[in-house]
Write a protein that binds this ligand. Sequence first.
Ligand SMILES: [Zn+2]
Length: 352
Amino acid sequence: MAEVYEIKGEDGTVLEVLGPDDEPQGEVPEPQTAPEPTGVPEPETPKPTTTPEPEAPEPTAAVSIASRASWGARYPDGDLTLTGPAVEVWVHHSVTAQLSPGATVAAEAEQMRALESVGQTRFGTGISYNVVIFPSGRAYQGVSWNRRGTHTGGRNSTSRSICFAGNYEANNPTAAQISTAAAIYGAGKDRWWTRGAPLGGHRDVSQTACPGRNLYARIDDIRDGEGSTPPSPGEPGGITVDGFWGSSTTRRLQQELGTAVDGVVSSQSVAWRDVNPGLTTGWRWVADAQGSRVIAALQRRIGMPSGQRDGKIGPQTIRALQRYLGTRVDGVISRESSAVMALQRRLNQGRV
Ligand SMILES: [Zn+2]
């Protein structure tokens, strides 16, 4: 392999290794976005807005990635343009400063520029990773999705990288980071990578501890898109798995989804009451339904497009929920509903 850059821990452990692919580089080096003129003074103030890159429109899923311009990218956007989606996705850690979840955007932008300087100094191709996620949960575009970086030596042309800023051999990723990574992995399917592209840790394919044991242990959560709530197996006060969706089920769901916890599903269309006998206590049936926040959050969690997240439990939402849970798809919640039982089991496992 070509020259690599290793970051070692105090005990000599290789915490991260960056490197280019072996094949000749730079045949068609034109970046799609004109890099900012070099020689710009160092303390560049990041722009507060997140202007979408022309070649990377915002995904429809609920994930926002701040543009290269937003953090003040100064150097080339990788070394060449890649065609077609990636076939693998690798999770990394940067082993740079460990910012707090409350860090400012300016502090994160500064870290992005520091990371960019590393890749530029070593390989002359700007920042190494495709996307970098901070403990705040905010994500920043590194090397563009369709440009080659230097993240996973030997596989840079065929894979893309999701990097957590910091050292996750020593620290734990935050729930916000896992949630953002899960959203990005989901949003990239059929877009930045093939639907079946496996997600793994850098250590699976290189001699490195990357992405660190604490992050490596969460790869499944990122892949399954269920990282936003830590698992709470055996938590006291688990709900009864009986297939009836009443107040206690709603209360647990509200806890998991982070909406106000009152056990009530407000403002649902009375037209759906009698056809869904598995929806019991705590449902507020009205003639002019406005929807509820917990249902809107659920619609988001199960991947319904933003235009369909109306907070109402209609047949469309029930079908989407049944598909999500892997139960029979018929668009109604019957008594002792298998979908509600599956939901209750997952709530007890802390995995909605
Ligand atoms: Zn790595």
